[in-house]
Ligand binder design. Structure first.
Ligand code: MN
Length: 250
């Protein structure tokens, strides 16, 4: 069995999401051969050299899962594209390029974060190209941590206020882009996240049936794709409420 998740946006401010993730990796993910994390695993990442105690604890949890025998593959999202080799080594996971084709259930499957499919948002695509440029990354990595914190905050605020103003269809994938990319990689299944619009879209590529599986973000509930002999299943699960301390009756 294989599990795929994305867009957890892990952050100290959301202990409910963190707990749900820790539950997943202590439970269902232990039985998985592999866990794929398709980006925006962390809400923010300014560098492997600037891990907070919270991020360190997540790193350790991944390490324990990987030590237990589950392979972990991690893809960058637009929030955590600064995750580097040091983190992956410590967490025991393999960095997966975006896009990547992997064999799941004997079928080639295209995995992406999904932001590169939102081509109608030209401003964003330009910004993405700039930020992922090796030279930019080099400069960013060598900025003082305080400057990186400030930059990350600025980027997040800008992205939030711009997303609010942009038309709804601009922040979704470009429909024509999907079959094109799938054809280019010779796949009939694409799995991605980013848009926070979980669904299984059936499509037609030439005379072949194809599908685009969109993972949901973890906010009100968690989302995962499970791949096993039953096929590809997209499912949501509720967060288990925090165990309450039993108070003695007064
Ligand atoms: Mn994203």
């Amino acid at each position: 069995m294989i599990l795929l998740i994305s867009d957890l946006h892990l952050q100290e401010e959301r202990p409910d999401i963190t707990r749900a993730f820790l539950d997943l990796i202590a439970g269902r993910a232990r039985d998985a051969q592999a866990l794929y994390i398709l980006g925006d695993f962390f809400e923010v990442w300014i560098g492997d050299d600037a891990m907070s105690p919270f991020q360190r604890s997540i790193c350790q949890a991944l390490r324990e899962l990987s030590d237990s025998g589950t392979q972990i593959f991690l893809m960058h999202g637009n929030r955590d594209f600064m995750i580097g080799r040091a983190f992956c080594k410590a967490a025991g996971c393999t960095l997966l390029p975006d896009p990547s084709v992997v064999q799941l259930n004997g079928e080639p499957v295209l995995l992406m974060h999904g932001d590169s499919l939102c081509t109608r948002d030209e401003g964003y695509i330009r910004m993405r190209r700039y930020l992922r440029n090796p030279l930019t990354l080099f400069v960013l990595r060598n900025l003082p941590k305080s400057t990186r914190h400030k930059l990350a905050r600025k980027l997040r605020n800008e992205s939030r206020s711009q997303t609010r103003m942009k038309a709804n269809d601009i922040v979704d994938v470009t429909p024509e882009e999907v079959p094109e990319v799938m054809q280019q990689f010779g796949v009939r299944t694409l799995i991605h996240g980013h848009t926070h619009r979980p669904a299984i879209h059936k499509l037609q590529i030439g005379d072949q049936a194809a599908r685009r599986i969109v993972l949901g973000d973890w906010d009100k509930q968690g989302w995962a794709v499970q791949v096993d002999e039953q096929g590809f299943q997209l499912g949501a699960f509720d967060f288990v409420p925090e165990p309450q301390l039993a108070l003695p009756n007064s």
